[in-house]
Design a protein around this ligand. Structure first.
Ligand code: SF4
Ligand code: MSK
Length: 649
């Protein structure tokens, strides 16, 4: 461990993480925060994107003295190629996640789905109609089969444009067509990224960056959207649900099983199996009061949104959960699961179980998860965790007694229902509130944590500042968990920060001002919500007209690169808390941060602190409001019955 490690209070915002980090120091356990310190100064060639190791004449590094790689590639080409490979990585992760769920939907349709069933018939039928399927006279399984086939075709399409694009506003579809940004099949787009970036292929940085936008759109409107839809059909569309968050959700006297990763298929079965009487009995027989199932990262978000299962923490708390000494088993699948987990677990009794054949970790035990035997596998894992409870060393246990209550579960349908009720659910009241200026705009705060930044600090500071300025805040991923830990996902706390206009509207319609919309694939819900606003009318005819901004304050993953890129490609300006690795050349930065606005009506902006970000966001929102002609000064008054009727509540 480095000797000059920072104090826990400088690294993390919430007290539970401070306590756990202190314990990690005491227990001499090496966690990401300390490894960050031992990395010292990170390579400048890497951070500026000018290092190329695409062929074995290299690696080549671009400097003032050596402006070309061995092949003659300049910094523009190299920086753009590296960026495109990141987009490809992110898009592939989301899209493969989506593929697994679509294949499960197909299996269910063929009556071969093992323990899985269609849970949300309404979502199945509505989405089938959206995708142009004539459902008249078809059984649920037949509809599911046809929808799965449409989805699979969106993966494999060679020449056809992605079908999902037809769900976007017409004007946006026109932008994509005109600029050549309409993606073909998801798989083709990602393969093409790798081809284009091979030595000696695409050297025109603009052409490379445009393919980055195209590939990211095949993620946001394709792979991610399909993941969200298939999950809603199989596991149920989320609706508002109460729960709790932070390390204190782990039980002193219960068997703690933490699920971590992204794909909901196994965690759904674990949620069901944890309520199995046999499992409960077995836990009692082992001297435990029961089994506590809790989540980390986006698996947490998936089972929180649908079952209200508590959240142990976000990305940088995955190791801290183990450091409590109270986790019997951590079950991981894909994405964001650190390879260090078995090493951290070796200081305690925690078992790390990997479950996906594409994601094994040295030191973790692998239990192959097969959808055909999902429930029995889930039960066996819980029995094994219960057996491990006996090995817990009370001397090593210290669970921070800190939790926060929260409300999550805001799918687009749930928001519509809140806004208008079940019979006339619509975005009309939201559009009207934005037009009237009671709500100034909508901001999606998304993405990860990054030990380069103080955990959750930027995310939550910005959230509060935006609430004060009458901004409705949408959340996904680890940013949503950050706000949960700060109490900002309870309507009461969030409303206490809200400006008058936002508070009046939220109170009138009974909607919290910070809405947790799901995991990182569920950023597709943000695109869906933006589309609903456009279709509802009165706020322009394209997403780039709507006063909406996306922010990734503490991002770290390639998925965040893809998400940010598809937001921009969809007409949503994006604020990054720290830049992509593109600073090595002005041309690439200029394209993504400026010229993209001329093509897509939105671009990237980088602000390393939440206060500057807030000003920049309000500037973007006010410009969009000006353009719409709705930036009038609102007379501040409490809503009377007439106003409420106008809002449709
Ligand atoms: Fe160097 Fe060109 Fe090979 Fe990249 S592709 S490593 S710049 S020679
Ligand atoms: S889990 S991608 S750290 S949001 Fe989706 Fe969190 Fe980022 Fe992973």
């Amino acid at each position: 461990m480095a000797e000059d490690i920072k104090a826990p209070e400088e690294r993390v915002s919430d007290q539970a993480s401070v306590e756990a980090l202190r314990k990690a120091q005491t227990d001499c356990v090496n966690v990401s925060f300390f490894r960050m310190d031992t990395q010292k100064n990170q390579c400048k060639f890497g951070t500026s994107g000018v290092c190329c190791r695409i062929c074995h004449m290299g690696p080549c590094r671009i400097t003032a003295k050596s402006p070309f790689g061995v092949c003659g590639a300049d910094a523009d080409t190299i920086v753009a190629r590296n960026y495109l490979r990141e987009v490809a990585g992110g898009a592939s992760a989301h899209s493969d996640h989506g593929r697994h769920l679509v294949l499960l939907l197909k299996k269910i349709a063929e009556d071969n789905g093992g323990d899985y069933r269609i849970k949300d018939e309404k979502a199945l039928r509505e989405n089938a109609v959206k995708y142009g399927i004539d459902i008249e006279g078809l059984s649920s399984r037949e509809i599911a089969g046809r929808l799965a086939d449409v989805f699979l075709a969106d993966y494999t399409a060679q020449e056809e444009t992605l079908k999902t694009l037809t769900l976007a506003p017409l004007k946006r579809q026109g932008v994509w067509e005109r600029t050549g940004a309409s993606p073909k099949g998801v798989d083709r787009m990602i393969v093409e990224c790798m081809h284009r970036t091979h030595m000696g292929v695409d050297h025109d940085y603009e052409n490379i960056l445009l393919h980055g936008i195209r590939t990211s759109l095949s993620d946001g409107w394709g792979g991610s959207r399909m993941a969200t839809i298939a999950s809603d059909i199989i596991f149920g569309s989320p609706a508002p649900v109460r729960s709790t968050a932070n390390l204190g959700v782990l039980g002193e006297n219960t068997v703690n099983v933490v699920v971590h990763g992204h794909e909901p298929a196994l965690s759904e079965m674990l949620a069901a199996a944890a309520a199995d009487p046999e499992v409960k009995e077995y836990a009692k027989a082992a001297g435990a009061e029961g089994v506590t199932l809790a989540g980390i990262c986006c698996t947490a978000n998936e089972i929180l949104m649908r079952h209200g299962i508590p959240v142990a923490g976000n990305f940088l708390q995955q190791e801290l959960a183990i450091v409590t000494g109270a986790v019997e088993m951590m079950i991981i699948d894909v994405q964001c699961c650190m390879p260090a987990l078995p090493d951290v677990a070796s200081s305690y009794h925690t078992e790390i179980i990997s479950t996906s054949s594409i994601a094994k970790t040295v030191g973790a035990d692998h239990v192959s998860f097969n959808t055909d035997t999902a429930y029995s596998t889930a039960k066996k894992l819980l029995f094994r965790a219960i057996d491990n409870f006996k090995k817990r060393d009370p001397e090593k246990v210290s669970i921070p007694k800190i939790t926060e209550p929260l409300v999550a579960g805001f799918s687009v349908d749930a928001i519509k229902y809140m806004l208008g009720g079940s019979f006339r659910g619509s975005f009309r009241p939201l559009n009207d509130a934005i037009i009237q200026g009671r709500i100034k705009g909508v901001v999606g705060i998304v993405g990860c944590n990054n030990p380069k930044q103080k955990l959750d600090d930027y995310i939550n500071t910005l959230t509060v500042e935006l609430l004060k300025r009458d901004i409705l805040v949408l959340k996904t991923g680890c940013a949503a968990i950050a706000s949960a830990k700060a109490g900002l996902l309870t309507p009461e706390t969030a409303l206490s920060h809200a400006g008058d206009g936002l508070r009046e509207v939220c109170e009138a319609v009974g909607m919290p001002p910070v809405l947790h919309m799901g995991s990182c694939v569920d950023n597709s819900r943000l695109l869906e919500a933006a589309t609903e606003v456009v279709l509802e009318g009165g706020l322009g005819d394209d997403i780039s007209d709507v006063p909406v901004v996306g922010v990734a304050p503490e991002w770290m993953s390639e998925k965040a690169v893809s998400i940010g890129t598809y937001f921009v490609g969809s007409g949503i300006d994006v604020i990054l808390g720290h830049p992509f690795y593109i600073s090595g050349l002005e041309n690439v930065t200029d394209f993504l941060n400026n010229r993209a606005a001329d093509i897509f009506g939105a671009s990237f902006h980088v602000h390393d602190n939440p206060h500057d970000a807030c000003e920049a966001i309000m500037d973007i929102i006010n410009k969009r409001r000006d353009k719409l002609g709705i930036n009038r000064q609102v007379e501040r008054k409490l809503l009377d019955m007439k106003d409420r009727r106008e809002l449709g509540v």
